[in-house]
Design a protein around this ligand. Structure first.
Ligand SMILES: NC(=O)c1ccc[n+]([C@@H]2O[C@H](COP(=O)([O-])OP(=O)(O)OC[C@H]3O[C@@H](n4cnc5c(N)ncnc54)[C@H](O)[C@@H]3O)[C@@H](O)[C@H]2O)c1
Length: 308
């Protein structure tokens, strides 16, 4: 019999790549998505799909007490900017959903519960690089919600849950939504450059991020499925490399072989100025290092976009 897993948010960017990956590994893949930003066309046809909201108990009932080896709770409102526009929905989709799924996982003896947290939990730090043991000071409601979910999951650990908190930095690549201009820095920039040929840069060119290609992020997660994660359950998923906005624009310009005209506009309130990952736990404890350099990753992403 096939091993079963559950991926929430599976019609979205990271969730779809993960769900499709596990289909290739011959798992039975159950998924939930409310299709608020996700798209069913991202999903392999053999996936079991539940159209519903993870913060609604009727959706959770549709899981029929199936025993999942892993639950990947990746559904959620995924934009800091939108969290200010609708904090109620942000809380509901990011925190309440986590409690429902943690209860389900405990009741149904799930072996590992992976949660999609974010670099947003750190806020701005003095050095810009953040390690998992740093004090968190989130700037957005989104970051507060992610940190709150983390805290719930760490408390559930005492009841027997085995959570793995993935603090994603900026993940980019195929299946990212080009029509959503409020989430995903690289997809936002490419959408503007490829579609309207005009780029609006929010805030300063000196802001910086840590960009990790989707295949590396998926490989990191699969690697963590196989490791004992009890000692270090909170893990930065990044490359450890700092890239400024100026450098990012230069890289894209070289790939498309064109000068990019941009206009600097005011930044999003309470967006982090700069953040990149300290990857010692990922590298030293879990023996994982991202392989795709930024130039290659963006090139693959553009090729995918042109062909889809
Ligand atoms: N992409 C990144 O760089 C990044 C960085 C940090 C954290 N994250 C987190 O990783 C997760 C996945 O991010 P993504 O980039 O794939 O975002 P995404 O918006 O593409 O995917 C999220 C998916 O969840 C679904 N969804 C939203 N609320 C839901 C709910 N209440 N019930 C059911 N489905 C719901 C959406 O329809 C969408 O398909 C999110 O939780 C996000 O906050 C992503």
């Amino acid at each position: 019999m096939k091993k079963k897993i559950l991926v929430t948010g599976a019609a979205g960017f990271i969730g779809s790549n993960l769900a499709n990956f596990f289909i290739k590994k011959k798992y039975e893949v159950w998924t939930i998505d409310n299709l608020s930003t996700g798209n069913l066309k991202n999903l392999n046809k053999s996936i079991i799909f539940i159209n519903g909201d993870c913060s609604n108990k009727n959706t959770i009932k549709k899981l029929k007490n199936n025993k999942f080896k892993y639950i990947f709770h990746f559904a959620g409102q995924s934009s800091g900017e939108i969290s200010f526009e609708n904090p109620f929905n942000d809380f509901k989709s990011n925190v309440l959903s986590t409690i429902y799924l943690a209860e389900y996982a405990l009741k149904n003896q799930c072996k590992k519960f992976f949660y999609a947290s974010s670099m947003s939990v750190y806020g701005d730090t003095y050095l810009g690089t953040s390690k998992e043991s740093d004090k968190c000071n989130p700037l957005s409601f989104y970051g507060i919600g992610k940190l709150t979910s983390e805290n719930y999951l760490m408390k559930y650990r005492k009841k027997g849950l085995n959570p793995v908190i993935l603090r994603f930095f900026n993940v980019y690549g195929p299946n990212q939504n080009f029509s959503n201009l409020k989430q995903g820095m690289i997809s936002i920039y490419l959408a503007q450059i490829l579609n309207s040929k005009k780029l609006f840069v929010k805030g300063s060119l000196n802001r910086f991020r840590d960009f990790i290609y989707i295949d590396d992020a998926i490989e990191a997660i699969y690697n963590l499925c196989q490791k004992n994660t009890k000692l270090y359950p909170i893990i930065n998923i990044g490359t450890g490399k700092k890239t400024t906005i100026k450098q990012l624009i230069e890289i894209i310009s070289k790939i498309i072989n064109k000068d990019i005209k941009y206009k600097i506009i005011s930044g999003t309130i309470d967006d982090q100025f700069g953040v990149y990952a300290n990857t010692k736990i990922l590298q030293n404890h879990y023996n994982f290092k991202a392989k795709t350099n930024l130039k290659l990753g963006i090139k693959k992403f553009i090729d995918w976009k042109i062909n889809n």
